[in-house]
Ligand binder design. Structure first.
Ligand SMILES: O=C([O-])[C@@H](O)[C@@H](O)[C@H](O)[C@@H](O)C(=O)[O-]
Ligand SMILES: [Mg+2]
Length: 430
């Protein structure tokens, strides 16, 4: 087969409605940003992908896109080389909150990832094989996901200088253990998830311990994870780890930084997981040396794409670390991309995170509304490439929403300040 050369790209920013989910930074804004990537080729085949959609990322993606014409979609080393050269001078910035410190390497990784996955989709369409086959073959035909539980308000509040009324989502308020158990029950009934993850770092830790214990009582067969996004001091983390000994599948990012995590790890048998202190390859040596983490959450969007995630998987295997998968608010193209990767990564044995239940069912960019969950899992799409098609009308609608929503970068702390003017979002708060 001859080369399949890139002739151009289309990057479409979109905004989706997002409920008022609480976390250690503040609260999700009423809209979350993503971008839809299309890589066009001289054979008329177009590969698609989904990436972050904040202003800094869009600038990064446009710079990278400018150097892609002429690249063969099978020549991913050339793609990485060109993208790296085009964006190394771009100032490091984080596309979203709660994924750790930004760095130049991570900025390059995000740009490579956005186009690399689209090239895999184009490759798959060209050869008529699913992306999981191109990644080495699916070792599982269904990929398990975890129920991602959040403390939340019933509705985004209006502000004096912004009289917009925001949608009421179907989930209602969840501000205490009963609310979290009720949310879990609805999510498990609806999607069949076999494990639960509670986003913590919102309320005083003793209240979150109570919520975890309530989940354990209500769902004794389902493993539970707790993720306070580095909002606890080392001393608080020790106390909570003791209170939850034997109760958690893993404790995710209790405290900031690799040395702090190492201090926590030294006094608990609970595995510590992270998508904050190890989010790039440069952070792995220190984390391994100090024994700071036992599970790393992959995420192809910021680790550098599929091939980089496979390299991460190899390192986890080498050093005896567990491998899980992180999620940010996303649409159906990202879900498909996560499923192929999850299927083709043998040592990704934990259920993956996903924000899918928090997305309005009427908002997706994928034809048919996106992949579906059965008993907590998504079947690996069998069609060529990622196995999903863009719904052009939906892309246009969500792009229009992007143009009018007023959000241009994620700022959970800023939104929280509308309600609590003294709020800084500074960690650790407890
Ligand atoms: O959506 C959120 O609020 C999450 O807290 C997200 O921003 C985190 O990056 C992520 O899901 C996590 O596991 O830390
Ligand atoms: Mg996390």
């Amino acid at each position: 087969m001859s080369a399949l050369r890139i002739t151009g790209t289309t990057i479409t920013p979109v905004a989706l409605k997002d409920p008022p989910l609480l976390n250690s930074s503040g609260v999700h804004e009423p809209f979350a940003l993503r971008s839809i990537i299309e890589v066009h080729t001289d054979a008329g085949i177009t590969g698609i992908n989904e990436a972050y959609g904040d202003d800094a990322t869009l600038d990064l993606l446009r710079r990278a896109a400018a150097v892609l014409p002429g690249v063969d979609v099978f020549d991913l080393n050339e793609l990485s080389r060109r993208v790296s050269a085009a964006v190394t001078s771009v100032a490091a910035s984080s596309p979203t909150e709660l994924i750790g410190a930004a760095s130049a390497d991570k900025t390059v990784a995000q740009a490579v990832a956005a186009f690399e996955v689209a090239c895999f989709d184009a490759q798959g369409r060209a050869v008529g094989r699913p992306v999981s086959d191109l990644l080495g073959g699916a070792v599982r035909d269904r990929v398990d996901f975890s129920a991602y539980l959040f403390y939340k308000w019933a509705q985004h509040p209006t502000a004096p200088d912004d009289p917009r009324e925001f949608d009421v989502d179907p989930w209602g308020e969840a501000l205490d253990p009963d609310g979290i158990v009720e949310q879990a029950r609805r999510m498990v009934d609806r999607y069949g998830f076999g494990s639960l993850k509670l986003k913590g770092g919102v309320f005083p830790p003793d209240e979150e311990v109570e919520a975890v214990l309530a989940l354990r009582r209500a769902f004794p067969d389902r493993p539970v994870r707790l993720d306070p996004n580095a909002n606890w001091s080392v001393a608080t983390s020790h106390r909570v780890a003791e209170a939850l000994a034997g109760e958690l599948e893993y404790l995710e990012d209790p405290t900031p930084g690799i040395p702090g995590m190492a201090e926590v790890a030294a006094k608990t048998d609970l595995p510590l997981a992270t998508n904050m202190c190890v989010t790039g390859f440069a952070e792995i040596p220190e984390a391994v040396r100090l024994g700071a983490v036992q599970v790393i959450l992959s995420d192809h969007h910021f680790w550098g794409g599929y091939r980089a995630t496979q390299a991460l998987a190899g390192l986890c295997q080498t050093f005896g670390l567990g491998l899980s998968m992180h999620s940010n608010t996303h649409l159906g193209v990202s879900l498909a991309a996560m499923v192929h990767l999850g299927a083709a990564t043998p040592n990704l044995t934990y259920a993956l995170d996903t924000h899918t239940p928090w997305k309005s069912e009427s908002e997706d960019v994928v034809l048919g509304g996106g992949l579906t969950f059965t008993e907590g899992a998504v079947a690996v799409p069998a069609g060529p490439g990622l196995g999903v098609e863009l719904d052009r009308d939906a892309v246009a609608r969500l792009h229009e929403q992007y143009l009018t929503c007023g959000v241009r970068r994620r700022d959970d702390a800023g939104w929280m300040r509308r309600v609590r003017p003294e709020w800084t979002g500074k960690r650790p708060r407890f």
